[in-house]
Design a protein around this ligand. Structure first.
Ligand SMILES: [Zn+2]
Length: 293
């Protein structure tokens, strides 16, 4: 199994269940550093990054992007993740420095995200109209909310577990990932009961990873009553944002001459920051003046 972030797909030999698992430690740590995330924010965004990738690889057959947005009434504000089934993901959170701890000193994710609000999913296939769906937030824990989305909006009964484990002092990401198990049409009622029973007793995902299990082993543990076959693996999941200085210049260059003159007179330069990756872009006065000619 590779050390870097990767994805594993599996199926049970009786064709009753399929599963996808992702390891997302490095890309979650990159998100933490880029956005200077609090402990609470990195757990919330890290779970959503894993779920965004799992959803993208589950719902999308062709090339394209999936946006997963959690808009709760908690202090973190909105969480937005954009994933592609080429293994890239990026995301941000409205209030990245907020901390919410419970009485025992653990991050309190449902309180931080909020138990009221919406889960929005948009997927864009490039060659067809974008599809949108949304459901109400039921838990604020991320995984349960995505499962509820799959059940309500897509009519797919699913089990999803995801987790982020941090180095307690520094907040550095030590483990992150998630797993999605879905019943296929071949699944018998008793098969589903067996899996539900096993999964209800399973440790939280961050603990499974912390105990040293690789993601293929987490699938095998979740489907321990069945013979599991690994169908494919993909290495190279990564945090990636397509923004660039050129795109920023194109956006500013597309403004009206009045608007550009106004920027030159009031600020003297144009500065932009990408929400998704926190990269900053700058256009100096001399270049702004060129847009006027
Ligand atoms: Zn960016």
């Amino acid at each position: 199994m590779p050390e870097s972030d990767h994805l594993v797909r599996a199926i049970t030999k009786n064709n009753a269940f399929r599963a996808i698992a992702v390891s997302t430690r490095d890309l979650t740590e990159e998100a933490r550093q880029r956005h200077n995330l609090s402990h609470t924010a990195v757990v919330a965004l890290g779970r959503t990054l894993a779920c965004g990738l799992l959803l993208c690889y589950t719902l999308k057959k062709t090339k394209g992007h999936l946006t997963l947005k959690l808009k709760g009434d908690g202090p973190l504000g909105s969480i937005i993740v954009d994933s592609s089934n080429e293994g890239t993901v990026r995301g941000y959170i409205s209030n990245p420095q907020v901390e919410v701890f419970d009485k025992k000193g653990y991050v309190d994710i449902d309180k931080a995200i909020g138990k009221t609000g919406y889960v929005h999913v948009i997927y864009d296939n490039e060659d067809s109209m974008p599809y949108q769906g949304s459901v109400e937030i039921i838990s604020g824990e991320v995984a349960d909310d995505v499962v509820n989305y799959l059940a309500r909006s897509e009519q797919i009964p699913s089990f999803l577990s995801c987790g982020v484990y941090l180095e307690p002092k520094t907040g550095k990401v030590l483990h992150a990932g998630g797993m999605l198990i879905q019943a296929l049409p071949e699944a018998k009622e008793e098969d589903i009961k067996v899996v539900e029973e096993t999964l209800s007793k399973l440790d939280p995902y961050s603990l499974l990873l912390r105990s040293g299990l690789t993601i293929d082993k987490t699938i095998k543990k979740g489907l321990s009553d069945f013979e599991v076959e690994i169908v494919s693996e993909f290495e190279g999941l990564c945090f990636y944002c397509g923004c660039s200085q050129k795109k920023f210049e194109d956006a500013i260059g597309g403004l009206s001459k009045d608007e550009i003159s106004n920027i030159i007179e009031t600020i003297g330069y144009a500065e932009g920051r990408c929400h998704f990756c926190n990269n900053k872009y700058l256009i100096k006065k001399e270049q702004l003046e060129k847009y006027l000619n």
